[in-house]
Design a protein around this ligand. Structure first.
Ligand SMILES: NC(=O)c1ccc[n+]([C@@H]2O[C@H](COP(=O)([O-])OP(=O)(O)OC[C@H]3O[C@@H](n4cnc5c(N)ncnc54)[C@H](OP(=O)(O)O)[C@@H]3O)[C@@H](O)[C@H]2O)c1
Length: 470
């Protein structure tokens, strides 16, 4: 969060007082019990919300323990920003340090700005409330929630439904739409392209991505119709554009790594379709390891070529390892952005499967169609790993109820809160789901550090791999 936030303190106050009392809503214990630091925040001029937090820091007095005290303040500042005070003009925060019966009070009055909420030359004319974030270190802005067409568009959802979903998403401010050469055997690209034309969207208003690697359906001899060879990247993207009926995509992803093709060939081929052909603006990776992404970025740098700007990983409350445990250096060193997929773990985190232990509930993704993945999930429905997930999802329901939001909203808001995530690619079989899912933007503020801790206790937090510390 820190690297995306800026804080300017305009007024600072300092006060000594004996044995004060204060109220608190959140307690964050830094482990050292000797002294106590309490911090709070409240609305400043022009702001309508207030929160009080309490921290316990360590050390024998404010001057000998300044480091842990500063750490506490810094943590506190970070949490203020996390709580979404950013963008509100005017807030104050206070901190109290008690030492040998004397209490020191510090007051700060200032304003915060969040860099992940784009400040534009002109205000968004449509006032949808959508948040747009920079895609990694690139200049491209994507809506914090995106919409993808896997299993749905061209598959389980008929064409009219596809148009309705895309329209609903666009009307709510979503500008980022994702598909792939392999989705519904290419039909996802076809119907999404048709919907874009039918809806009459301007090409410059939307961000379209597709993905290459699985291929297969482009020809009869499959051997070169998949993978990341220069041949398939060039031919595959040309075929995708024909299906989409577009001149270019904004982002083309390598849908998986191809360990049989040299990395230099992959990097050069993506540069070719961007620089020479003009068929894509940027390229990215999907479900690559940290080492593979670093290798591609390193080769691109060495050769003066365009590096991948984004990774598209599986990331949700039940799958956190790569994004939180392995990618850390990629964010800071290469400015890698993330467009994460399956935030509801295919619908599981909405809670819709909680009370159907043996067969998927009618109308749900796993109850319909004969897609290979869906068939696999249906055949393995209710197995041990499914049950383990459902156990966690049921416990998350208690937290969602406490916060007062649907489970799906909790799951989406949780992903949105990760500052390294540029866009959360959602899926929807009906427009109403999109309406519900966009509400997660507002729910982010409800996921206080206390609630996040409760969530960690249910799903387990992720330790950053020491070898990948920044
Ligand atoms: N790069 C990759 O390898 C990869 C892999 C997978 C996905 N993706 C991308 O990510 C996108 C999203 O993946 P996903 O579809 O698996 O996302 P998801 O958000 O985990 O699941 C979406 C499904 O959950 C259900 N749902 C959505 N909102 C709901 C709500 N509010 N309440 C109850 N149920 C709700 C719907 O299924 P029902 O039919 O049950 O209503 C919907 O189709 C894909 O379209 C694709 O673009 C990429």
């Amino acid at each position: 969060m820190l690297n995306r936030s800026a804080c300017s303190i305009i007024t600072t106050g300092f006060l000594l007082q004996k044995a004060p009392t204060s109220s608190c809503e959140h307690v964050i214990d830094t482990g050292d019990e000797v002294n106590e630091v309490q911090s709070g925040a409240g609305p400043g001029p022009g702001s309508a919300c207030g929160v009080t937090l309490l921290y316990r820091g360590g050390g024998r007095c404010p001057f000998s323990c300044y480091k842990s005290w500063l750490d506490s303040i810094w943590d506190f500042l970070r949490d203020i920003l996390r709580l979404g005070f950013g963008g509100k003009k005017g807030w104050f925060l206070w901190s109290r340090q008690r030492c040998q019966g004397i209490t020191f009070f510090f007051f700060f009055l200032g304003e915060t700005k969040r860099n992940d909420t784009v400040k534009m030359a002109w205000e968004e004319p449509r006032k949808t409330g959508m948040v747009y974030r920079r895609l990694g270190n690139s200049g491209l802005h994507v809506s914090a929630l995106g919409l993808g067409g896997w299993l749905t568009f061209g598959g389980q959802v008929e064409n009219e439904g596809t148009v309705a979903c895309l329209k609903q998403a666009y009307d709510l401010g979503i500008n980022f739409f994702d598909t792939a050469e392999s989705y519904a055997g290419g039909q996802s690209e076809v119907v999404m392209g048709q919907a874009i034309k039918q809806l009459g969207w301007k090409r410059n208003d939307i961000v379209i991505s597709t993905k290459l690697n699985w291929g297969g359906h482009n020809g009869e001899v499959l051997v070169n119709n998949h993978g990341l060879s220069r041949k398939h990247i060039v031919e595959g993207l040309r075929a995708s554009l024909q299906r989409l009926n577009l001149e270019y995509v904004d982002i083309v992803y390598a849908h998986r790594p191809d360990r049989l093709t040299p990395m230099e060939e992959v990097v050069r081929a993506f540069n070719h379709v961007i620089e020479i052909k003009g068929w894509a603006m940027y390229w990215g990776t999907s479900e690559w390891s940290a080492d593979e992404i670093a290798e591609a970025c390193g080769i691109a740098k060495q050769l003066g070529l365009i590096a991948p700007i984004v990774e598209q990983p599986f990331y949700n409350l039940l799958h956190r390892k790569k994004v939180e445990g392995e990618f850390q250096r990629l964010y800071s060193r290469f400015g890698l952005g993330l467009t994460t997929f399956s935030p509801l773990k295919f619908g599981l985190l909405s809670g819709k499967y909680n009370d159907s232990p043996d067969t998927p509930p009618p109308g749900s993704r796993f109850a319909k169609g004969d897609d290979k993945f869906v068939n696999y999930m249906r055949d393995n429905y209710g197995n041990k790993s499914w049950q383990d997930d459902i156990e966690k999802v049921k416990k998350l329901k208690v937290i969602a109820d406490k916060v007062g939001i649907p489970q799906s909203e909790l799951a989406l808001a949780w992903v949105l809160k990760n500052p390294n995530v540029s866009s959360v690619i959602t899926g929807a079989s009906r427009p109403e789901q999109i309406v519900e899912n966009v509400k997660a933007l507002k729910s982010m503020a409800l996921l206080t550090p206390e609630i996040m801790k409760e969530i960690d206790e249910v799903v387990g937090s992720v330790e950053l791999d020491p070898a990948r510390q920044d």
